[in-house]
Design a protein around this ligand. Structure first.
Ligand SMILES: CC(C)(COP(=O)(O)OP(=O)(O)OC[C@H]1O[C@@H](n2cnc3c(N)ncnc32)[C@H](O)[C@@H]1OP(=O)(O)O)[C@@H](O)C(=O)NCCC(=O)NCCS
Length: 193
């Protein structure tokens, strides 16, 4: 599939929540019951001050990836869960002046073509905070590799969210996120004299 016609831009995620969750279900794995629960959570999240979303959209209007996030607020549920882990790891100051990436998902048929990187750098470039935090399942995954490539480092590991079967790592990065190094021009054969 050619991704040349996929564009990244702001998206009204509340209006397109079902499309977004269909992408998340394929990318991350969500049961029908989890989709119903996530739908309420996403719509509630989007009401938070500063919450914003970007989508990757095909030329014919299909959503094939999305990211959303918001300025962290210590009164938010996510922040409250991770706070004791960050406190124990002496990284708790990351909860202040930080933009949280809440979800990032790319449709499996469109992965590996720069959309994940494009989505997260686009949303964090418009953030007013000097740093970004997020949580990811604490295993070596494409997501963890992407976050490390962007400059995120581990702030706490083995973080347990109620009802999540697997532990998470909390990661943080200074903004703007690290860019992919430009490919070095190939050096042709040595000149003959
Ligand atoms: C994580 C995810 C969003 C990345 O999106 P993507 O569009 O496939 O990623 P990109 O093509 O932009 O890749 C950017 C970087 O991520 C890393 N990466 C991506 N896929 C990878 C893979 N399969 N293995 C290792 N590293 C990978 C690489 O560092 C890559 O940089 P490179 O192209 O210079 O090698 C996507 O894999 C996804 O939706 N996964 C399932 C859902 C998920 O885990 N979401 C995150 C929840 S925390």
């Amino acid at each position: 599939m050619d991704d040349a016609d996929v564009t990244i831009g702001p998206v009204n995620l509340a209006a397109r929540v079902d499309e977004a969750l269909a992408v998340q279900a394929l990318a991350f794995g969500l049961s029908e019951d989890e989709i119903v629960v996530r739908r309420h959570i996403v719509l509630r999240h989007l009401l938070n001050p500063g919450a914003c979303a970007y989508g990757a959209t095909t030329a014919d209007g299909r959503l094939v990836g999305f990211v959303y996030g918001m300025p962290n607020d210590r009164s938010h549920w996510w922040s409250g869960v991770v706070e004791p882990y960050l406190r124990a790891a002496h990284t708790v100051e990351w909860l202040d002046d930080s933009f949280v990436i809440t979800e990032l998902h790319v449709h499996p048929a469109h992965q590996g073509r720069g959309l994940g990187r494009g989505l997260i750098t686009t949303i964090t470039d418009r953030a007013e905070q000097p740093r970004s935090i997020l949580s990811a399942i604490d295993t070596e995954s494409p997501a963890r590799a992407l976050y490390r490539a962007l400059g995120y480092t581990d702030l706490a590991r083995m973080v347990h969210f109620p009802s999540a079967p697997r532990p998470y790592a909390v990661m943080g990065a200074p903004l703007p996120l690290r860019r992919k190094p430009a490919a070095r021009p190939s050096t042709g054969p040595p000149a003959r004299n």
